[in-house]
Write a protein of this length. Structure first.
Length: 304
């Protein structure tokens, strides 16, 4: 919120932390050979790095965080579309209905955000068209990242089918191999490191250490991101895809509500309607109702 363009230093810090941890505990200081051939990781990493950087830059193009979250919740649409095109998959009517709901929700939120950007930029006639153009560029960036992320998911699924699921190994290589790519972003990362140093001082509770508050925020972000991404990679191997999708969807919903209430982000009734479409469509896609039905019936029989 204080530095909207700081996404690169945040992503670099996350990648560096996870790569160092994986190099020590998973790769055994480089002595352990990967179960999946390294060339496949290079392809996956190119996609992963591109998605992360493009998503970061979208936030610098007049894209509000709630819209960013809602747009990324449309990953099911992109996955289904590419599954039909690449894997020649076919789906049930309920699946297509759920995707239509998600699409409608994203369109509603995007359209209302466009009206907000247009009304805000109209206050300054000179900058108005320019502001709206950058917003459209941000939407294009989010769309590209969404499709690239879906393509990466399909590629990852085929790799797991061929070589087995190796969550910790995939986590390490997905974060270690892209590190040289951040050299291209070094000026931007250094610029924000200087800005972080100039932020107000903050005393860390319990420890009593004093440091610029933006470095404290970054440290907390890296720790929580590590817990989050480690949990997701473990979920993909320990649980069904239904459970993973449901957990990640609920996490996004909680993040969205927190972002709106705590940071007071602009959110109209239309935005709420669009959000409802997205999450109802997602739950319909995961067929959570079908899973809950037998569970509730078993529980009712036990009570009887």
């Amino acid at each position: 919120r204080q530095f909207p363009g700081c996404g690169n230093i945040v992503t670099f810090s996350q990648f560096l932390f996870i790569a160092v941890e994986g190099f020590i505990f998973e790769a055994n200081f480089g002595r352990k050979r990967p179960a999946i051939p390294i060339r496949n990781y290079f392809i996956m990493v190119a996609m992963f790095f591109t998605v992360s950087v493009v998503n970061n830059y979208a936030l610098n193009l007049n894209i509000a965080m709630p819209l960013h979250m809602i747009f990324r919740s449309g990953s099911l649409i992109a996955s289904m579309a590419l599954g039909i095109i690449i894997l020649k998959k076919r789906y049930s009517v309920s699946k297509y209905t759920s995707i239509a709901l998600v699409s409608l929700g994203i369109f509603t939120c995007t359209f209302m955000s466009a009206k907000q950007v247009a009304s805000d930029s109209s206050l300054n006639q000179e900058d108005g068209p320019q502001v709206f153009f950058w917003w459209l560029l941000g939407i294009a960036a989010l769309t590209f990242a969404l499709l690239m992320s879906a393509r990466m998911g399909i590629f990852q699924e085929t790799l797991y089918q061929r070589f087995g699921k190796h969550s910790k190994e995939a986590l390490f290589y997905n974060h270690a191999l892209p590190l040289p790519g951040f050299l291209l972003l070094a000026p931007n990362i250094y610029h924000h490191a200087v800005l972080f140093n100039q932020s107000e001082l903050f005393q860390v509770p319990v420890i009593g250490l004093t440091l610029p508050i933006m470095w404290f925020y970054l440290l907390m972000n890296v720790i929580t991101q590590y817990v989050c991404i480690r949990g997701v990679f473990i979920l993909t191997t320990e649980c069904t895809s239904l459970t993973v999708t449901l957990v990640v969807t609920l996490r996004k919903f909680v993040s969205l509500i927190f972002s709106i209430l705590y940071f007071r982000n602009p959110f109209t009734g239309w935005h709420w309607l669009g959000t409802a479409f997205v999450f109802v469509g997602t739950l319909m896609y995961t067929e959570v109702w079908n899973s809950l039905g037998p569970f509730l019936r078993r529980r009712r029989r036990k009570e009887e």
